[in-house]
Design a binder for this molecule. Structure first.
Ligand code: SAM
Length: 259
């Protein structure tokens, strides 16, 4: 099994981009009383401690969330709920961003394959009503689509430890949309100097994604120069929400030079 652990990266600039955007899109999808479904294929452990050895080792949160005041953003509501419960060093992964903002009549399914991450995730979302599966997210998302209620959001956030994962993630996004057209599907990807993400974006073209990329400098970025989100079936208002994310994410997030 591969060894990616998100605890080393929680709260970094890429997380800021992804989690701010996720919170804004959930806010758009929940502006009507009707329930929604939320599915994650690669959920991680859900809750991170920014004072942990892993977080301190990379110092990535110090280059990300620590430099920002999220007050007034949708993400701030999730952060506040999580910090009230777990303390000032707590940081919500995407499952806790979502479960903090969703309502009791929304349907949440989270998939995580790694046994320890899965066990931690179960603890982190206990009492929220979220279903947690120890499962391959590629297989699981195809098996569960479409979910009820039909209006919903799927987050695909793989570790991209192997090159083939870029095209695999794109294929999954298109497959989910074919099975479940009412769902928005958001794929996160790293923007790499090596340009590997271009394969993902080319494969996604038939799904007409809304693509939002931001740039940042990470001391130990290992070739990652920015963060991208490709959103298929984006709800009305997403473009404006992404502009807000960029604005509120400054000075950590910057507009990429080529846009
Ligand atoms: N979405 C999380 C967040 O924003 O807080 C971070 C997820 S992290 C980037 C990717 C996670 O996917 C890791 O916890 C890893 O164990 C898990 N993973 C890797 N391959 C998987 C697979 N095929 N199915 C489900 N989970 C997988």
């Amino acid at each position: 099994m591969l060894s990616y652990q998100h605890a080393y990266h929680a709260g970094n600039p890429a997380d800021v981009h992804k989690h701010y955007a996720l919170a804004e899109i959930i806010r758009l999808l929940t502006n009507k009383e009707r329930g929604i479904s939320y599915l994650e294929t690669h959920a991680g452990r859900g809750l991170y401690d920014l004072s942990s050895d892993q977080a301190q080792k990379t110092g990535e949160a110090a280059e990300g969330i620590a430099l920002l005041d999220p007050q007034g953003t949708a993400f701030a509501d999730a952060l506040s709920i999580v910090r009230t419960r777990y303390g000032e060093n707590a940081y919500p992964g995407s499952p806790l961003v979502a479960s903090s903002l969703l309502r009791p009549h929304d349907h949440i399914v989270l998939m995580e394959r790694h046994p320890q991450e899965h066990a931690a995730l179960k603890r982190a979302v206990r009492g929220t009503g979220a279903e947690v599966h120890r499962r391959d997210g590629y297989e699981g998302a195809r098996a569960l689509s479409p979910m009820e209620p039909r209006r919903g959001l799927v987050l695909i956030d793989p570790p991209y430890e192997v090159k083939t994962e870029y095209e695999e993630a794109a294929r999954l996004a298109l497959d989910i949309r074919a099975r479940w057209p009412e769902a928005a599907v958001m794929v996160w990807y790293p923007v790499l100097a090596a340009g590997r993400h271009e394969a993902l974006l080319s494969a996604l073209v038939p799904g007409e994604p809304l693509v939002d990329e931001v740039a940042f400098a990470l001391k130990e970025g290992k070739g990652m120069t920015g963060s991208g989100l490709a959103i298929l079936g984006a709800p009305y208002g997403t473009e404006a929400a992404m502009a807000e994310v960029l604005q509120r994410g400054q000075p950590v997030l910057r507009r990429p030079a080529r846009v």
